[in-house]
Design a protein around this ligand. Structure first.
Ligand code: 5GP
Ligand code: ZN
Length: 118
């Protein structure tokens, strides 16, 4: 997808701080980190979200990279959160499947904040 930021990063067309470059997947630091550690793992091939006919081996590659990234970033022991936003209600802003790995300081309990109480 030529107008996709993460495809451009995967192709090396725009720079990113690369953490891991492996068969089929790439991990790089988030440009607007929400914690001391905030790394994104993407498939090099474009999938919009987890429901976009993603092969099981791609899912496996994405998720098996998360604990290794946590180790590399020094948060394996202290803990980290792994998040995938899928679609509008989840506030996905980049339409290329990505896995967030976030950590480096204690987080509040709970994982979901809705926009409104209803
Ligand atoms: P989403 O809200 O779609 O789950 O997350 C998209 C993430 O991509 C955000 O955390 C945002 O900061 C990050 N992001 C957006 N554009 C870029 C970019 O050009 N480079 C990098 N490294 N991260 C980006
Ligand atoms: Zn893409």
């Amino acid at each position: 997808m030529s107008d996709c930021i993460f495809c451009m990063i995967a192709n090396g067309d725009i720079p990113a701080r690369i953490v891991l470059d492996e068969d089929g997947i790439l991990a790089f630091d988030d440009i607007a980190p929400q914690g001391p550690v905030h790394t994104l793992i993407i498939p090099k091939h474009h999938y919009a979200h987890m429901g976009d006919d993603v092969p099981a081996e791609v899912m496996e590659a994405l998720f098996s990279a998360a604990p290794r990234i946590a180790q590399m970033k020094g948060v394996a022991e202290s803990g980290y959160r792994v998040i995938v936003n899928n679609g509008r209600d989840a506030a996905q802003t980049v339409g290329h499947l990505h896995v967030h790995v976030i950590g480096g300081k204690p987080m509040a309990h709970g994982m979901v904040r809705f926009e409104s109480a209803e």
